[in-house]
Design a protein. Sequence first.
Length: 313
Amino acid sequence: MPTAARLIAKTQLSADIADFRFAPVQGRFSGMEPGAHIDVVLPGGLIRQYSLWDWDPQGGWLAVAVKREPAGRGGSRAMHALQPGDAVGIGGPRNHFVLRQSRQHVTLIGGGIGATPIVAMARHLGLQGADFRVVYLTRSRADAALDGAFAALDLGGAYHLHCDDTDGRYDLAALMRSMPVDGDVYCCGPEPMLNAVLDAGRQLRGGTIHFERFAAAAAIDTAPKREFEIRIASTGQRLPVSADETILDVLRGAGHPVEFGCSEGLCGACMVDVIEGEIDHRDGVLSPEEQQANACMCICVSRAKSPVLTLDL
C-alpha cells in the first residue's frame, strides 16, 4: 500500500530536470539505499518509477530527480506539474540495482538523467572510504543537471564530467582497459549508452558490469509472440495466454491479486518465481546471469519459450 506523502520542495536543476523532495504525511520512510527506486502514485492514479538520489537517513524525506519528456507517456509532465503541498502516494522502495559490498575497485557510469542512482552510490562509497571513480556522461554542460550534486561530494580526481559537444565521443573501451583486475562497473543511462558500455566491457579483466535501464529494451516490442499456458503451482489451475495478452493481464483477469507497477519490465514490481518451464525474458531488470538462471520473471512483459510455465503462486 503506498504511503501518503506530500511534495515539500521542488528545485529546478536544469532547463528540463527538477528535484522533487517528498515527506510522509505520517511516520517515516524506510528502506532507502543506493540503487533503489520508488513508485510515485500521481493525481489521477498514474504510477511512475524513479530512482532515489537523496534521502534523510532518519526517514523524514526522500528525493528523486525527473526529466520532463514532452513526448513521453505523461508521467514526467504530471510530475513537473506538481507544486509544494501536493499529495502523492509513495510505494517501495525496491532495489534491483543493488550496490554490492566489495573490496575491489568500482567504476560508476551515469548517462544523462540515468546518473540519479549513481549519485547515491557515489555518496555511499565515499562515506565507506572505498576505491571508486565516477564518470558522468552528458550531451552538454547545460544538460549536466547533477554535476552540482557530484561536486558536493568532493571527490576530487575521482570524478569526471564528460560533455559530448565540447569533449567529443567518450572512449569507453579505454575506460574499461584502465579498470583494475576484478573491478566492477555500475552503469545507468539511455539504451545506446548502456549497449556501448556492455560492448566495451569485453575489455574488462574480470569484474562484472551491473546496470539499470530506464527505457524498455527494443526486443520487448519487436520480438514475436505466441500462445502458451501458465500453471499455478498451488492449485494446478491452467490458464491460456494468447499472443496479444500478457501473463499479468491473464492473472489479474482470473482474479489473482498480483502486484505490478510500470507494466514495461523496468521496475520489477511484478516479479514472480518460476518452478518449471523456459522463460522468454523481455525485461530490463534482471541481469543476463539472473535471466539465464530461469528462476523468476517479470510477468508484465516476459513470456514463455516452452508450452507451459509453472508459476510459484
